[in-house]
Design a protein around this ligand. Structure first.
Ligand SMILES: C[S@@+](CC[C@H](N)C(=O)[O-])C[C@H]1O[C@@H](n2cnc3c(N)ncnc32)[C@H](O)[C@@H]1O
Length: 284
């Protein structure tokens, strides 16, 4: 979770920049090009300052010996932009088109599993919960398990606190804000406890195939606005991991500028009235 602060920093050499980008790429799948030089330099210098590493080599040695620092570095590099009811048409697709297909073969009380991956500070996962309470008549007939995951441990802590400012809430209808939030102070709101407890948050790395194999059995995965930060190779790994995390017949929702048809042929493209969604075939 980046701080956005401004400080005077030392430039990295070409070789240092490349080593750092390679390291971040191997850890997270995020591909940083030449154009991000200023962004990268600012963030790594902030970590060096924080850890007391005076030269880049000392900081790289620290990364090799301290997994906690690797996590803090990743946290400082992620782009966590998100807000409530983002790309709301996909939630309409969930309640009107996807869930009816999923529950057609289930009985009352059965489990329906939805994954917000990556969830950033939780707005997407909580939006799904609010949307279903408001728009899906069968919401009480099934056991709905909503999980939010992200590589960034700092955003997951924020998601669990469920406290938000005006910007995060600006697209949420005022009536829903009144119904599901309590006001903490001017411009700060907290999601009501019942809803906070209805979503579980866990850390997960989309390109870590071994770790992703421990997750699974999802009916719907929202993987929105992450693949845009990946290169082709990471996208392919992500596609396989998402495919395997879905139940056969399960659905994948991507961000509006992302398309699975350009990445992998393991999904069937489904054009619903509300949105284009990718489905894991029943057999395969
Ligand atoms: C722009 S946010 C998208 C949040 C939400 N899905 C949305 O569309 O509003 C991208 C998130 O991807 C997370 N991320 C980056 N690399 C990841 C990885 N390899 N595995 C899981 N999450 C990752 C970042 O920490 C960040 O919170």
């Amino acid at each position: 979770m980046s701080d956005g602060g401004e400080t005077d920093f030392e430039a990295l050499s070409e070789d240092e920049l490349r080593r750092l980008c390679d390291f971040l790429y191997r850890q997270s799948g995020m591909a940083y090009g030449e154009s991000k030089r200023y962004y990268i330099t600012r963030r790594v210098n902030a970590r060096m300052h924080e850890t007391g590493a005076e030269v880049f080599g000392t900081y790289m040695a620290l990364l090799r010996s301290d997994p906690g620092e690797v996590q803090r570095l990743i946290n400082s590099f992620t782009v966590n932009e998100t807000y409530f009811y983002r790309e709301e048409y996909q939630f309409a697709c969930l309640s009107r088109s996807l869930l009816p297909q999923i529950v057609a073969r289930r009985g009352p009380g059965d489990l329906v599993r939805i994954w917000s991956m990556p969830c950033s500070t939780g707005e997407e996962a909580y939006s799904i919960a609010i949307w279903l309470l408001e728009n899906w008549a069968l919401v009480d007939a099934y056991h709905i398990d909503i999980i939010g995951s992200d590589i960034d441990t700092e955003v997951l802590q924020a998601a669990m606190r469920g406290e938000y400012g005006e910007r995060a809430l600006s697209r949420l209808p005022a009536e829903l804000r009144r119904r599901y939030f309590t006001r903490l102070e001017e411009g700060r709101w907290q999601l009501i406890q019942d809803l906070r407890e209805s979503v579980r948050f866990t850390q997960a790395n989309l390109i870590d195939t071994a770790a992703m194999r421990r997750e699974g059995g999802f009916d719907v995965i929202f993987c929105r606005n992450l693949l845009i930060y990946f290169d082709e190779a990471s996208r392919l790994i992500a596609a396989d991991n998402l495919h395997d995390a879905l139940n056969p017949g399960g659905f994948l929702c991507l961000g509006h500028s992302e398309a699975m048809s350009r990445i992998s042929d393991r999904f069937v493209t489904r054009r619903f009235q509300e949105a284009v969604v990718y489905q894991r075939p029943e057999a395969g």
